[in-house]
Design a protein around this ligand. Structure first.
Ligand code: ZN
Length: 242
């Protein structure tokens, strides 16, 4: 299995969304699993802040906001600085089967040369989780869209190079062509996953804007808004398997 850290290590995580059972009018709360990208052995970008620590703090802030809304039940892949390989995260997700998984990163890779753009990744078009994952990604894009910032939404593919290295290719969410290449390992979970990479804090101003208390709270509020939109867009789920 390829090592996601090889090139742009940062994209790694998953944010998965589950099946909508809790959405669209069901009485049960929607279950969201929050995945803080990276860990001490794979710390991600070390810019003005450590990405590993940033995602952990963001996941906790988002979790608090979601629970306080009364509409979501929140679980986490990791809640401390523990080593947690992607395969282990997928195992946890598949055990719990949340309605949706949201994976956080702090290294927006953007599209093209624009590294300041928020990047939201969905599961690829040929995946059974594609539709719900993409709906979650699109709802989050809407929630994070501002006058000077429109998040990129799309898919990530690993294009094999020599010696087991891979090049990352980002494709717009409108490009539904089937690629042979693989995508993020986290997307192999049995429930929908969406991954959001927020801006990488490269400067003290970035750090304050994104990793300061107000910045974290703003991101959490937008994520709550995006999830509410996601749920509203899903009709009550039909009886599975019938
Ligand atoms: Zn990352």
């Amino acid at each position: 299995m390829k090592e996601p850290k090889l090139l742009f290590c940062c994209l790694g995580l998953l944010f998965t969304a589950g099946l909508l059972s809790g959405c669209g009018g069901r009485e049960e709360k929607t279950t969201i699993m929050l995945d803080a990208g990276h860990d001490p052995t794979w710390p991600g970008t070390q810019a003005e802040i450590s990405e590993e620590a940033y995602t952990l703090q963001l996941a906790q802030t988002v979790g608090t906001v979601l629970e306080e809304s009364g509409r979501y039940e929140v679980t986490y892949t990791r809640t401390e600085e523990e080593s947690l390989p992607v395969a282990e995260r997928v195992r946890k997700i598949d055990e719990e089967k949340p309605d949706l998984v949201l994976s956080f990163h702090g290294d927006a890779i953007g599209s093209g040369d624009d590294r300041s753009q928020i990047c939201i990744l969905a599961d690829v078009p040929q995946s059974p989780q594609h539709e719900a994952s993409l709906q979650a990604a699109q709802a989050l894009r809407q929630a994070f869209t501002q006058d000077d910032q429109v998040p990129f939404t799309g898919y990530l593919y690993y294009v094999p190079l020599r010696n087991e290295t891979y090049q990352i290719q980002l494709v717009s969410s409108e490009d539904t062509a089937v690629h042979e290449e693989e995508t993020l390992d986290l997307m192999s979970a049995s429930v929908p996953v969406a991954q959001i990479s927020l801006i990488r804090p490269d400067s003290a101003a970035d750090r304050e804007a994104w990793a300061g208390e107000a910045g974290m709270q703003d991101a959490a509020d937008r994520i709550l808004n995006g999830l509410d939109q996601f749920c509203a867009s899903r009709s009550p789920s039909p009886t599975p398997g019938s």
